[in-house]
Design a protein around this ligand. Structure first.
Ligand SMILES: N[C@@H](CCC(=O)N[C@@H](CS)C(=O)NCC(=O)O)C(=O)O
Length: 217
């Protein structure tokens, strides 16, 4: 059995708890049934040459498996999914469709959603944000409406849960500080459906545990 190690923050403020990108990797590993060790880091580690050898941008997550080092949550989830029928169907067309949705989550949905989260979580109340935010909200709403239309009458993006759904619902959860998802009941139900998976619940508990242990006093 390979030895897998995933970097995660020792502690982040409550607004970021549940949203750090290593959570996607934990969830994928749980779905795939692959055991792993967490590698807890802090801001001081992000700048070191050692950590940058694993993650050139100093971010979380970094992933190590028997001498293979990977970074970028999407690439790591894909690497894990390649070995798991739960995450990627072996039938070639279904497999390609699932990968298409993985890219759609990260490349079409996440940029506008992260843009909004960046404004709200890091720059709330600043003058330039007040002017710019309505446009950003509209960009998110447009994508949500399009995805919501696709999800009408569907439980998952394709016939069944795949790594595409894992990444898509992960990205949609970034909007938890807004009411936007509630405007699209099909999407809200879809996120709830995926969050109810035992692998999600286990990964979330493991993601949150270090924050409780290392909360500043
Ligand atoms: N595209 C990267 C983004 C990783 C990322 O943004 N990580 C955040 C935590 S969610 C981080 O480490 N932020 C600290 C920093 O950028 O210094 C991925 O998906 O892995």
């Amino acid at each position: 059995m390979s030895r897998i190690r995933v970097s995660a923050f020792r502690w982040v403020p409550p607004f970021a708890q549940g949203l750090v990108r290593e959570f996607r990797v934990r969830w994928a590993l749980e779905e795939a049934g692959l055991p792993y060790e967490e590698w807890l880091i802090g801001p001081e580690d992000q700048q070191t040459e050692h950590y940058r050898g694993f993650q050139p941008f100093g971010q979380v997550p970094a992933y190590e498996e028997d001498g293979l080092v990977l970074f970028e949550s999407g690439a790591i989830v894909l690497h894990i999914a390649e070995r798991s029928e739960v995450l990627l169907p072996s039938e070639p067309k279904a497999r390609a469709r699932a990968k298409t949705w993985m890219f759609a989550a990260l490349n079409t949905m996440e940029p506008p959603i992260q843009n909004l989260a960046g404004l709200d979580l890091f720059h709330a109340g600043e003058d330039w944000v007040k002017q710019h935010r309505p446009q950003v909200v509209e960009a998110v709403r447009t994508r949500l409406a399009e995805l919501g239309k696709w999800m009408e009458g569907r439980e998952y993006l394709e016939e069944r849960f795949t790594a595409g759904d894992l990444l898509m619902t992960e990205v949609l959860r970034i909007l938890r500080h807004t009411e936007l998802l509630a405007e699209f009941p099909a999407l809200e139900a879809y996120v709830k459906r995926c969050d109810a998976r035992p692998a999600f619940q286990k990964a979330m508990a493991d993601h949150l545990a270090p924050f409780a242990r290392n909360a500043p006093s």
